[in-house]
Design a protein around this ligand. Structure first.
Ligand SMILES: [Zn+2]
Length: 335
C-alpha cells in the first residue's frame, strides 16, 4: 500500500487519509490525544474518547467520526477498523484494508499489559505493519507495571511517615490518571494539578472514574501530590518534599535529572523492546516500517528475526512502497 511521509506526518497515497497528522488535515485518523499526535483537522476519525480528549486540547472539530473498537468503517474504497492500544484512554490502532485484501496496521503509541484506565492492547493481523519505536532499543526492558507501582506506593508511604510530602511528576493525559488509580488501589489518596484534574474529569465523563482531588495550594493529611513534569507547574513553599518522576526514561541515568526529580520510576505507557519484537512477529506482517525514537535499532532487531523491516528516521531517507520519503524531524517522546 503506497504511503507518503510528508512534513505533517504519514498519508495514504491516492487518498486524503492521514495517520496522526500533526498539521490541520482534510481528514486524519487520530490514534490518541497526546499533543504530538493531534491537530485541529477538518475531519477527524477516532474513538469517542480520543475525539473528546483531543477537542479539550485543540478546540471544537466540526466533523468527527467516532468509531468503536472492531467496527468496520468504509472510507472511499478502503475499510478502516480500530483496535485497542493500551497507552491511554481511547488509544487505538487502525487497520486499513484495501479492495485487493492487503491490510496495513498503523499502531500509533501502544503498550501491552493491563491498565486500570485503558483497554488492553490487541494484536491485529496484517500484511504491512507501521509500528512506533519510541523504546525500540534492546536496552529498554520495563519491569511489570504492577511491581513498579508497588515500589512507587512504598516510596510515598516511607516519606509520608517521616512527615515529608511525596510529589510525583507524570504527563497530564494518561500516565496521571493511571497513576491515580494505581495508587488508590494501594490505599493512597492524590491531590492533582488542575491540568491533570481537568483531564481526569473528562475520563470520569467517559465512564472511567478517577479518584483525585484538585490541588488548591495545600495538602490534606496523607495526600500524595501529582503534577506535570514541567517545572512551571510545580508548587513552592510546601516545606519538606521528596520528588519522583514516572517515566520509561527512568532506565537512563539521566531519567530523574531531566525532570529535576530526586528519583525516577520506570512507569511507561509504551511497549519496551522485547514487547515490540513480539508484537511485530505476532501480527504476521511481511513487512514492517518503524517510526519514531529508536527506529533504526528496532528495524535491525526485526531483521535479525527474519522480518523485512525498514526505519523512517531523520537520518535516513528511504523509499517506502516506492514513494519518496522526506526526513522525519525528531520530536519529544511521550513516555
Ligand atoms: Zn502517546
Amino acid at each position: 500500500m503506497p504511503v507518503d511521509w510528508l512534513k505533517g506526518g504519514l498519508k495514504l497515497q491516492g487518498s486524503p487519509l492521514w495517520f496522526d497528522a500533526r498539521r490541520k488535515a482534510e481528514v486524519s485518523f487520530v490514534s490518541h490525544a497526546h499533543t504530538d499526535h493531534i491537530a485541529r483537522h477538518a475531519r477527524a476519525i477516532g474513538t469517542k474518547e480520543t475525539l473528546l480528549l483531543m477537542q479539550h486540547r485543540v478546540g471544537t472539530i466540526d466533523d468527527t467520526v467516532a468509531l468503536d473498537y472492531g467496527e468496520a468503517f468504509p472510507f472511499e474504497d478502503l475499510t478502516l477498523e480500530l483496535f485497542p492500544a493500551g497507552h491511554v484512554l481511547g488509544a487505538a490502532q487502525v487497520r486499513v484494508t484495501r479492495p485487493d485484501g492487503h491490510r496495513v496496521v498503523y499502531t500509533g503509541d501502544f503498550s501491552p499489559g493491563e491498565f486500570l484506565t485503558a483497554k488492553r492492547s490487541e494484536t491485529p493481523a496484517c500484511d504491512t505493519l507501521i509500528i512506533e519505536s519510541t523504546f525500540g532499543h534492546p536496552k529498554y526492558r520495563f519491569p511489570p507495571r504492577a511491581d513498579v507501582y508497588d515500589e512507587v506506593a512504598a516510596w510515598c508511604r516511607r516519606h509520608l511517615e517521616r512527615g515529608v510530602r511525596p510529589l510525583l511528576f507524570a504527563y497530564s493525559l494518561g500516565k496521571s490518571q493511571e497513576s491515580i488509580q494505581q495508587l488508590a488501589a494501594r490505599g493512597l489518596r492524590v491531590a492533582a494539578h488542575e491540568s491533570i484534574h481537568a483531564i481526569s474529569t473528562l475520563y470520569s465523563q467517559l465512564g472511567v472514574t478517577i479518584d483525585a482531588r484538585c490541588f488548591d495550594g495545600t495538602f490534606h493529611e496523607g495526600e500524595v501530590g501529582l503534577f506535570p513534569p514541567f517545572k512551571k507547574h510545580r508548587p513552592e513553599n510546601l516545606g519538606a518534599v521528596a520528588t519522583a518522576v514516572l517515566t520509561g526514561w527512568a532506565l537512563e541515568p539521566w531519567g530523574a535529572r531531566r525532570s529535576g526529580a530526586d528519583v525516577a520510576f520506570p512507569v511507561s505507557d509504551h511497549a519496551d523492546y522485547p514487547s515490540l519484537l513480539e508484537f511485530a512477529k505476532a501480527t504476521g506482517a511481511r513487512e514492517v516500517i518503524t517510526l519514531f525514537g529508536f527506529a533504526e535499532e528496532l528495524a535491525a532487531g526485526l531483521r535479525k528475526e527474519g522480518l523485512l523491516a525498514r526505519a523512517v528516521t531523520e537520518k535516513v531517507q528511504l523509499d517506502l512502497f516506492g514513494a519518496p520519503i522526506r526526513p522525519l524531524p525528531r520530536r519529544p517522546a511521550r513516555s
